[in-house]
Design a protein around this ligand. Structure first.
Ligand SMILES: Cc1cc2nc3c(=O)[nH]c(=O)nc-3n(C[C@H](O)[C@H](O)[C@H](O)COP(=O)(O)OP(=O)(O)OC[C@H]3O[C@@H](n4cnc5c(N)ncnc54)[C@H](O)[C@@H]3O)c2cc1C
Length: 389
């Protein structure tokens, strides 16, 4: 098998890259280790930055998102039983975010790829990237029990944190931080208790109220890193959520049947550089952020937009200039997202063993954001997204 761009992984990064390359007249093959149903059901991100929304529309993948997605013009910060709304358009010159689940983004991109794009092989597991430093890189992969080779001009590792592509970048350097807590996340068949996301800081730990649709709520609780989700009964989860979202007014939490429960670890990770020869890394294959800043999927989108532009420039002019700049261009944005995600995480979570002094500092940081327009604007600009490229 031979193609111009071999893409490993059909998450948001790999699927959108294939779409952008198709639109630019560049052929690609996508290899995905899981089956289609698994990829379309995997519950993860739900907040699309303004820039991500624009990219999906321009790529011809925004039609259902515009019909079913929920535009959000703000978030609520909740602490010390108080509520404070951050108004995005007022602080950022009109920007907002869209609530549209990652599962739906992937479904839309898969449908387009199968209808109009190049090959997308499910149950095709990449085993190794070979010859990345040469002009004939290839991917060895197993498809339905048979080992095969995909010969490429370029290979892009969009295979997430646990993929194989990163191992083919020699002399890389990684920067990592793990947190002593995770998120117990639930999906519940109940209308959201608030029409925007609520980020709550409480002495018992952080909680997030989010949604997938007008009838499905997505809620999270900070829990110790080694928590078993099944150790929590549905009633215990609702009781704890109620405590952490408590306010001085008459706001109340709606309860409903929980349909899914899982624990997500929290990690910050960056691999530098994001390129070796003709192998490029994009999305979670190169970097991870804790989900507090809602940046992971949006970073993956920024990477592949930058890479698709560089590959199109190479095809049109023969110049490698933008490909050479790819890693540095992406890493600048990645580190801003890492900083913001770290700030949001340390602002809102209780850290085991924190001193009363540190607790007071956390409350002072929240007080500053909710009383200074400059501090609030900084949060709103970062939340709605850093520029791509
Ligand atoms: C609970 C949770 C909540 C989140 N919330 C948000 C949010 O609100 N906003 C946000 O922006 N981000 C959020 N994220 C992060 C976001 O989901 C990820 O950053 C995003 O999925 C990255 O996309 P990706 O395509 O790079 O990687 P992935 O989505 O991980 O896709 C990688 C793909 O590669 C495949 N693969 C792996 N190895 C191989 C192999 N050897 N061969 C072939 N295929 C392979 C995998 O099966 C997978 O389909 C959240 C994550 C979690 C876990």
């Amino acid at each position: 098998m031979r193609t111009t761009v071999g893409i490993i992984g059909a998450g948001p990064a790999g699927l959108l890259l294939a779409r952008l390359l198709h639109n630019a007249g560049i052929d690609s093959v996508v290899l995905e280790s899981r089956d289609r149903a698994y990829v379309e059901r995997r519950q993860r991100a739900g907040i699309l930055e303004q820039g991500t929304v624009d990219v999906l529309r321009e790529a011809g993948a925004g039609e259902r998102m515009d019909r079913e997605g929920l535009r959000h013009d703000g978030i609520e910060l909740r602490f010390a039983r108080r509520r404070h709304r951050v108004d995005f358009p007022a602080l950022t010159g009109g920007r907002s975010v869209m609530v549209y689940a990652q599962t739906e983004v992937c479904k839309d991109l898969i449908a387009l790829q199968l209808k109009e794009g190049g090959p997308l092989l499910f149950e095709a597991e990449a085993l190794a990237v070979e010859g990345a430093g040469t002009d004939r890189p290839r991917v060895r992969f197993r498809h339905r029990g048979t080992e095969e080779v995909l010969e490429c001009d370029y290979v892009v590792g969009c295979d997430g944190y646990w993929g194989v592509a990163r191992a083919a970048v020699p002399d890389g350097r990684s920067f990592e931080r793990t947190y002593p807590f995770g998120w117990l996340g639930i999906l519940a068949d109940v209308a959201p208790s608030h029409d925007e996301l609520v980020y709550a800081r409480h002495d018992r730990g952080f909680a997030l109220l989010s949604m997938r649709s007008p009838s499905v709520s997505r809620l999270y609780l900070q829990v110790p890193a080694d928590t078993d989700a099944d150790g929590w009964s549905d009633e215990e989860i609702w009781d704890e959520l109620e405590r952490r979202f408590e306010t001085d007014d008459d706001w109340s939490l709606r309860r409903g049947p929980i349909t899914q429960k899982s624990v997500t670890p929290m990690r910050s990770y960056v691999h530098e550089p994001m390129r070796h020869g003709r192998l490029f890394l994009a999305g979670d294959a190169a970097h991870i952020v804790p989900p507090t800043g809602a940046k992971g999927l949006n970073l993956a989108v920024g990477d592949v937009v930058t890479l698709a532009r560089a590959l199109a420039h190479r095809a049109a002019t023969g110049s490698e200039e933008l490909l050479d700049a790819y890693s540095a261009t992406c890493l600048r944005r990645v580190w801003q997202a890492e900083r913001f995600s770290y700030d949001m995480t340390t602002l809102l979570h209780t850290v085991p063993g924190a001193t009363p002094f540190e607790d007071r500092l956390q409350l002072a940081r929240l007080d500053r954001i909710t009383s200074s327009r400059a501090a609030e604007t900084d949060l709103a600009e970062a939340y709605t997204g850093f520029p791509i490229g």
